[in-house]
Write a protein of this length. Structure first.
Length: 77
């Protein structure tokens, strides 16, 4: 998926891919993660210096969070 955006009149894009984990060690996971999904997002933006800084907070909903899956929480990296 490619998500185009405009910031300070400059065009950018976020390219998101979803793959199946073939080698869990490559992504820092144990062998039991084989076959799990792995999402990668890459920001392409020609800004320089402070205009090139971006960040995001990933929210997840899972049964092991404080609400037992009823609400989204910040992803505990």
């Amino acid at each position: 998926m490619i998500i185009a955006f405009l910031r300070d009149d400059t065009q950018g894009a976020v390219t998101v891919t979803l793959d199946c984990v073939d080698d869990p060690a490559v992504i820092g996971k144990p062998p039991s993660a084989h076959g799990f999904p792995c999402c990668t997002a890459v920001v392409d933006y020609p800004g320089k210096g402070y205009r090139s800084l971006f960040g995001w907070v990933q929210l997840v909903r899972s049964t092991d969070n404080s609400s037992a899956g009823a609400a989204f929480d910040m992803d505990p990296f």
